[in-house]
Design a protein around this ligand. Structure first.
Ligand SMILES: C[S@@+](CC[C@H](N)C(=O)[O-])C[C@H]1O[C@@H](n2cnc3c(N)ncnc32)[C@H](O)[C@@H]1O
Length: 321
């Protein structure tokens, strides 16, 4: 389905189904080599096609665009690592998207009523035709000498991603664990760029794994912008995650959150956030306009946006990560 303002989407049932896929379905099985060298076969049920275009995706991608625009302001080439890439782009007219109706509450609502702070993001989405996942969005911003490396573990998502970028000399597609790739692919020769970590949060210890992944990225690729998406179901889980990062003494961290409702029901995705290490100049101000516009367009009366600095630009003792 082509995305355009003129479309009407009456066929959305609007019911929420979570991820599908049978645990014994071999198509969902991936051989995973972990950062510590341990190897195991993992079942992967998460498919982003069911969630593409929802409110959380719009938040992540609109902020990601701010980060990419900042990188493109300087002439020196940059490198992007997308550790959990998905299929690359999505057809919002697919059976998967229709089953959940999530895009109708997110990107399709925005496209019909584009607020000014989101004009850049929505213009890009429209110009690309298919709804872009993070790889397609990042690819659209690469200049001639910039590079993108994507990791995806799910066999079918990886195959789709590989097809999408076949023959593209600026994009590498890896069938490997994105967390392990933080050690394997960093630092890049360019020495400037962005790491996006966007895990599916299928596992109960994902917040802890994510905090370790962020610390690894910061250590291996100093000066890089590191952006990590996280869900907000209950506030304490998020506070614990942020405290974990603060305890690691990683400087210069800002979080940008969009809450659709107060985070009180653990069974619902009540909101989400993007945590950014080494945010570019004036990111907080620009993020505030973007997230405020998303709140006005997508959240209910109890919705909220919050931009927060959770680690100072520099520690007084000069400590760096
Ligand atoms: C939330 S989706 C990614 C969406 C994508 N970043 C976007 O914005 O369009 C998470 C993806 O990570 C994949 N995945 C799960 N565990 C992984 C791992 N350890 N390494 C790489 N990919 C993984 C899943 O198959 C899924 O496609």
């Amino acid at each position: 389905m082509q995305i355009s303002r003129s479309h009407r989407f009456a066929w959305y049932a609007g019911r929420h189904h979570d991820n599908v896929g049978h645990p014994r379905d071999k198509r969902n099985a991936a051989r995973v080599k972990y950062a510590d060298g341990y190897t195991a076969t993992e079942t992967m049920n998460y498919r982003h096609a069911y969630h593409a275009g929802n409110e959380a995706d719009c938040l992540k991608h609109a902020l990601l665009l701010l980060l990419l625009r900042a990188l493109a302001r300087k002439a020196r080439p940059f490198f992007v690592l997308d550790t959990h890439a998905g299929a690359g782009a999505y057809d919002l007219g697919s059976a998967e998207a229709a089953k959940t109706g999530e895009a109708a509450r997110g990107i399709l609502r925005l496209i019909d009523n584009a607020p000014e702070p989101l004009a850049d993001y929505l213009g890009l989405v429209e110009s690309l035709g298919l709804y872009p996942g993070s790889p397609a969005l990042i690819r659209a911003l690469l200049r001639e000498d910039d590079r993108l490396a994507c990791c995806e573990l799910h066999p079918e998502e990886h195959a789709a991603l590989k097809r999408r970028f076949a023959g593209d000399r600026q994009v590498q597609v890896h069938h490997r664990d994105g967390y392990e790739a933080l050690r394997g692919l960093l630092p890049p020769a360019e020495r400037r760029g962005l790491v996006l970590i966007d895990p599916p949060f299928e596992k109960t210890d994902e917040f802890a794994t994510l905090a370790r992944g962020i610390a690894t990225a910061v250590k291996r690729f100093p000066g890089a912008i590191v952006a990590a998406w996280y869900p907000v179901k209950l506030r304490p889980l998020v506070r614990e995650f942020q405290a974990d990062l603060q305890a690691r003494r990683i400087p210069d961290i800002v979080t940008a959150e969009l809450l659709l409702r107060p985070p009180q029901d653990p069974a619902r995705l009540n909101g989400s956030g993007l945590l950014v290490v080494n945010p570019p100049y004036r990111f907080e101000e620009k993020a505030s306009a973007v997230v405020g516009a998303l709140r006005d367009a997508l959240a209910g009366p109890d919705g909220m946006e919050e931009i927060r600095r959770i680690a100072p630009e520099r520690f007084a003792d000069g400590a760096t990560a």
